[in-house]
Write a protein that binds this ligand. Structure first.
Ligand code: DQA
Length: 149
């Protein structure tokens, strides 16, 4: 099962960026952390990607679709709240995706309450720090198994 963990702008330096909001885990820890917390899943292929560029994120998602990826966990960072282009891309590829955030965006500024990508997501998970990704992967695996993807 091929799952992409996609990270948008300003997520390269989590672990150092505003650690009171985003926690102390780095992006480099992410693979190890997810694999240590997901059990009993065979053939889990995790591809972790980060870009600060909207276009590069879309290029990556298109490639993932070409390569027949099974599911996406995406923390689109601030593009969550602004990017119709990213939302359009995630819609048409028709690969199940889960929107995640480290912080509880609903407890923050009102501009973070709007998500262009939530509508077509399987679901949204936020506020659990790095565990948002683990929960996202678990939920996605369940969804893919039900869907038979
Ligand atoms: C974030 C929340 C966004 O509002 C913010 O722009 C980010 C990180 C999160 O993981 O909590 O860059 O997606």
């Amino acid at each position: 099962m091929k799952i992409a963990i996609i990270n948008g702008p300003n997520l390269k330096f989590i672990g150092q960026r505003e650690t009171n909001i985003y926690g102390k885990h780095s992006l480099k820890d992410l693979r190890k952390y997810i694999l240590a917390n997901i059990h009993n899943v065979k053939d889990l292929e995790l591809d972790i990607y980060q870009s600060n560029s909207e276009g590069k994120l879309i290029d990556y998602i298109e490639e993932f679709w070409i390569n027949k990826g099974n599911g996406i966990v995406i923390n689109a960072g601030a593009y969550t709240h602004t990017s119709i282009a990213l939302a359009d891309c995630l819609k048409w590829i028709n690969i199940p995706y889960i929107e995640v955030h480290l912080s509880n965006v609903y407890a923050r500024e009102s501009f973070r309450h709007k998500s262009f990508i939530a509508k077509n997501a399987v679901g949204v998970i936020c506020g659990f720090g790095i565990d948002s990704y683990v929960l996202g992967v678990e939920a996605l695996i369940k969804k893919i198994k039900v869907r038979g993807g």
